[in-house]
Design a protein around this ligand. Structure first.
Ligand SMILES: Nc1ncnc2c1ncn2[C@@H]1O[C@H](COP(=O)(O)OP(=O)(O)OP(=O)(O)O)[C@@H](O)[C@H]1O
Ligand SMILES: [Mg+2]
Length: 71
């Protein structure tokens, strides 16, 4: 985490209010408008299917390079 320059947390005290949707739209917007830095997203609900489902990545394998970064 120390290597990550800027971190944005999307949190709420309630479930099902749109955290994942907001986080995905935020990440996509930042990635599109930023060619210099890499943008990543981590859902604290590690076993939840929401992020891959919303990004259309369900069923795909997680591929990382030699440094551990996701491709
Ligand atoms: N602004 C919105 N308008 C309509 N539907 C929305 C909106 N934001 C989220 N939803 C829908 O509400 C549902 C819950 O959204 P989401 O999964 O993003 O919430 P969450 O807070 O991350 O939930 P969880 O606490 O389970 O992780 C999803 O089906 C999503 O498509
Ligand atoms: Mg969620």
């Amino acid at each position: 985490m120390s290597k990550i320059k800027h971190k944005i947390a999307v949190i709420s005290g309630k479930g099902g209010v749109g955290k994942t949707l907001v986080a995905i739209n935020l990440a996509m917007g930042l990635a599109r408008n930023n060619r210099t830095n890499k943008v990543a997203i981590l859902d604290a609900d590690l076993t939840g299917p929401c992020v891959p489902k919303m990004l259309g990545l369900q069923g795909k394998k997680w591929v990382v390079d030699q440094t551990g970064y996701a491709l």
